[in-house]
Design a protein around this ligand. Structure first.
Ligand code: ZN
Length: 371
């Protein structure tokens, strides 16, 4: 039986304009204008390789439709939504933290990114496809209820989860976020919600620098439905796969969600300018295969990947392709060219200090399970 993997991409995603910046920081003074790391390059090139490799022919295209204002308001405050819309209708502006620039028309594009994640979720929940990858932009996982943050305007995955709970009869949902940055947005949005488990694997104290510790486990009724795996800089495939096997998958089993949403960021890549990790395409493929197997065992295979960060235009396409190979079971024969440089690196062995960090998160996960 062949797997039907849904795929969302719209050229409009590439037209979200983040302007000139010195990578992260607004240009000016001693900061020569360049471009934001979050530019269309890496995502367009992922879409390009998906087509050129022949992967596209093995996927089922799911049309992206904009999220409605009601969809956005299930997660975001009207003030935030209206502010982004007004700035977007004018000349653009900033998402709210000073590091989230956008140009004219980005309200519609961000709505299409949230809507693309909704469309992928609807297709999976309805059984039209077995699993799905929404290659959307701008990303979403840093956006909180009342503000954009870290390149994110609306929290795409949170908006899709609330849509699924309100309109598709979905009950419990788990998020697994392997972007190199902390999934602070979903953590804050679902902090007191016992029916949404947030699991974030990230480089410790990277962004936001003051969140993502193992001590953050949810609040109120949501206590125990939040799990953080802060990893020391320098982790490669070994540490990431160990963290998935020892922390994320057992937590998913214990929580028993109806649906798994994945915040898929390729910034743990060995070549990423914003992270200090060393994951290769093989590592990302291994993560995806494990999460897919867990979904098969736990929730009838219902799993939706929504694209987040990943700022190496050279490497991200090969990492994403390997994830799609894992989801669809279709092998393109296109390898990771950067394996020549990083494939046999000792960075892929699980080092004692990495093992220690994972063991700590493992302990928290066990406590949460028995609580
Ligand atoms: Zn990121």
């Amino acid at each position: 039986m062949t797997t039907r993997t849904g795929y969302v991409w719209h050229e409009r995603y590439a037209w979200h304009d983040t302007g000139t910046a010195l990578g992260i920081y607004p240009a000016g003074g001693a900061l020569q204008p360049w471009h934001a790391f979050e530019s269309s390059e890496s995502k367009s090139r992922i879409a390009g390789l998906i087509e050129v490799s022949g992967m596209l022919d093995a996927l089922e295209r799911i049309p992206a439709r904009p999220a409605t204002r009601d969809d956005l308001l299930r997660v975001h405050t009207p003030e935030h939504v209206d502010r982004i819309r007004a700035l977007s209708d004018d000349r653009g502006g900033d998402g709210g933290d000073g590091f989230t620039p956008f140009g004219p028309g980005s309200y519609e594009i961000a709505s299409l990114a949230a809507g693309g994640t909704i469309a992928a979720t609807r297709a999976v929940v309805a059984g039209q496809v077995d699993n799905a990858y929404a290659l959307v932009r701008p990303p979403g996982h840093h956006a909180v209820a009342d503000s954009g943050m870290g390149y994110c305007l609306f929290n795409n995955v949170a908006v899709a989860i609330e849509h699924a709970r309100a309109e598709l009869g979905v009950g419990r949902v788990a998020i697994v976020d392997y972007d190199v940055h902390h999934g602070n947005g979903a953590q804050s949005i679902f902090w007191e919600d016992p029916d949404v488990l947030t699991i974030s694997l990230h480089q410790e104290r990277l962004f936001p620098q003051d969140s993502g510790e193992t001590t953050e486990t949810g609040g109120g009724a949501g206590e125990g439905a939040c799990l953080n795996v802060p990893l020391p800089a320098g982790c490669g495939n070994g540490a990431y796969l160990a963290a998935i096997d020892r922390v994320a998958v057992p937590a998913l089993r214990a929580f028993a969600p109806d649906l798994i949403m994945v915040c898929s960021g390729f910034d743990p890549s060995a070549l990423d300018p914003l992270g200090c990790m060393s994951v290769t395409a093989a590592g990302f493929g291994g993560i995806a295969a494990r999460l897919l197997a867990a979904a098969g065992e736990i929730c009838g295979g219902r799993i939706v990947f929504s694209h987040e960060g990943g700022y190496s235009p050279a490497h991200a396409p090969f990492c994403a392709l390997r994830v799609l190979e894992a989801l669809s079971g279709h092998e393109t024969g296109v390898g990771d060219p950067f394996d020549l440089s990083f494939g046999d690196s000792p960075a892929h062995e699980l080092r004692p200090w990495q093992d220690e960090a994972i063991a700590q998160a493992e302990q928290v996960a066990q406590l949460l399970r028995t609580a």
